[in-house]
Design a protein around this ligand. Structure first.
Ligand code: SAM
Length: 470
């Protein structure tokens, strides 16, 4: 595909795309420009306040993720009453209405596949999203051609899989599909529709948002509304001239994990202030306790995965391989826990784990995060089942994780919104149990309002939060 990609050409195609989707802003607070981080980026063209909506974006391609855990309707993305398509393309559908909506796509799939399928073809379901690009018009295809793409053997495996599953493509078509896969791997966002275990795990290519570069302490947050529109807001105050960034990695991962993930999947080495600071802004998220003095052992050079580790107090050097092996062992222990067995998790957390690692270590954080969403929800730990001690554990973990959010300078992140909501629920449960003890109702309401402010419009937010009206 012929790509002439520079600030002007990308600005023009994105501008026209937003116009076609009725999303063009009169006076945007951003422009597309060259970024010091690499390639192009979206740059603030004025100061932007925390919480301010910056832009909305619509997916040019949206569909199931390869690794999503559940099957769902390929038209409306909900999980009830699924059946395979009666025209035998193999995709799951839930109703006549969705069947109608799916007609074009169905014809496309049947036109490219040399056999009919009378079952829900889970294999196809997981790899067909790039095929949706074949239904795009010339202008939308041109948008895709103006986005960054990855190269390398791992990108485009979906097309090989499709061919393996009796799909046949013309040469030019296959070339375009491979480009789409490489563009999606470089730019697609994870889109969750639904809440708790009833969610659909989607992948969306949002052309304007694709131009946002990465930071491990980003200055934007985004949510997806019920129509899959992405709403991008400032998570912290942004100064004119700054790159608008979001995080391509989980923000509760420590630096070595983020750096490894970003280099493997996005092919760059992050050098943001958080990655460059071995203490991660004083949070010590990657630190182990020193065996000699119990000081913090951290990477000597966090930007180099091959660097050895050093105790900041007694300067003992620890081989990085020993650290990596301990991390793998800890990861496999927490991976082996029965997902809902709180006792085992708490015993491990308060015993062996905290003897080995810092209180904000990513494994501790991961466990606390899991525990917060077990208490109050899972069988045996529902709000009415738990004693005060367990309720207090949930409350304390919410507070710990919110403190970490501040330390990592994440501002109004989605994580903060969700944790504030869980903290609010803890307070409500306490008020219900101890109605004779006065609670600070104003403070409790403020926690709720703050959570609402952050998560409003988010289709995957808890129902009670979504139903709140200002
Ligand atoms: C989603 S694109 C972002 C927009 C991209 N810069 C462009 O020119 O279209 C992701 C790619 O941008 C580059 N990138 C993003 N954030 C970066 C960062 N913090 N440091 C270095 N490169 C970065 C990497 O090449 C990455 O694979």
């Amino acid at each position: 595909m012929n790509r002439k990609r520079n600030v002007d050409s990308v600005t023009r195609v994105i501008d026209e795309y937003l116009q076609r989707r009725n999303l063009k802003q009169e006076k945007p607070a951003w422009l597309i420009g060259k970024s010091p981080l690499g390639g192009l980026g979206i740059i603030a063209n004025r100061d932007i306040e925390q919480g301010e909506e910056i832009f909305k974006d619509f997916p040019i391609i949206l569909g199931p993720r390869v690794k999503g855990p559940n099957l769902f309707c390929s038209s409306c993305y909900q999980q009830n009453d699924l059946n395979y398509c009666s025209r035998k393309c193999g995709l799951p559908l839930c109703s006549e209405r969705c069947m109608k909506f799916h007609e074009l796509e169905c014809a496309l799939i049947r036109g490219k596949r040399t056999k009919e399928v009378s079952f829900m073809d889970e294999n196809l379901f997981r790899i067909y999203t790039p095929l949706r690009s074949l239904l795009l018009d010339k202008d939308d295809r041109n948008v895709i051609a103006h986005l960054k793409y990855h190269t390398g053997k791992q990108h485009g495996f979906e097309i090989d899989e499709l061919k393996h599953n009796d799909f046949v493509f013309e040469q030019e078509e296959e070339q375009f599909l491979r480009l789409v896969c490489c563009v999606m791997d470089a730019n697609a966002f994870e889109v969750l529709v639904g809440y708790e275990e009833k969610f659909a795990n989607l992948r969306g290519l949002y052309p304007l948002s694709s131009l946002m570069n990465h930071s491990c302490s980003p200055n934007t947050m985004h949510v997806f509304d019920k129509n899959h529109l992405m709403v991008v807001r400032a998570s912290v105050p942004i100064k004119k001239g700054q790159d608008l960034c979001h995080s391509y990695a989980r923000m509760i991962w420590s630096t070595p994990t983020r750096i490894y993930h970003l280099s493997r999947t996005k092919h760059f080495l992050c050098r943001c202030p958080r990655c460059s600071d071995p203490t991660e802004f004083g949070s010590y998220m990657s630190s182990f306790h020193c065996k000699a003095c119990r000081g913090n052992v951290m990477p000597r050079n966090p930007l180099n995965l091959k660097s050895n580790w050093i105790c900041e107090d007694c300067c003992t050097i620890v081989n990085r391989i020993d650290i990596a092996n301990t991390l793998i062992a800890l990861g496999s222990i927490i991976g082996s826990f029965d997902k809902e067995n709180l006792d085992d998790m708490l015993k491990f957390l308060n015993g062996r784990l905290l003897q080995l690692v810092s209180s904000n270590h990513e494994i501790v954080v991961e466990l606390k995060y899991r525990i917060v969403w077990i208490i109050g929800y899972k069988a045996g730990y529902e709000w009415t089942d738990i004693d005060e001690q367990i309720l207090d554990i949930k409350k304390r973990f919410c507070e710990d994780l919110l403190k970490l959010n501040e330390q990592l300078r994440l501002g109004n992140s989605k994580m903060k919104g969700l944790l504030l909501y869980e903290l609010y629920l803890c307070w409500i449960e306490k008020s219900r149990r101890f109605s004779s003890q006065p609670q600070n109702n104003e403070e409790i309401t403020n926690i709720f309002k703050k959570a609402y402010e952050i998560l409003k419009d988010d289709v995957s937010a808890p129902e009670n939060l979504k139903n709140f009206v200002d």
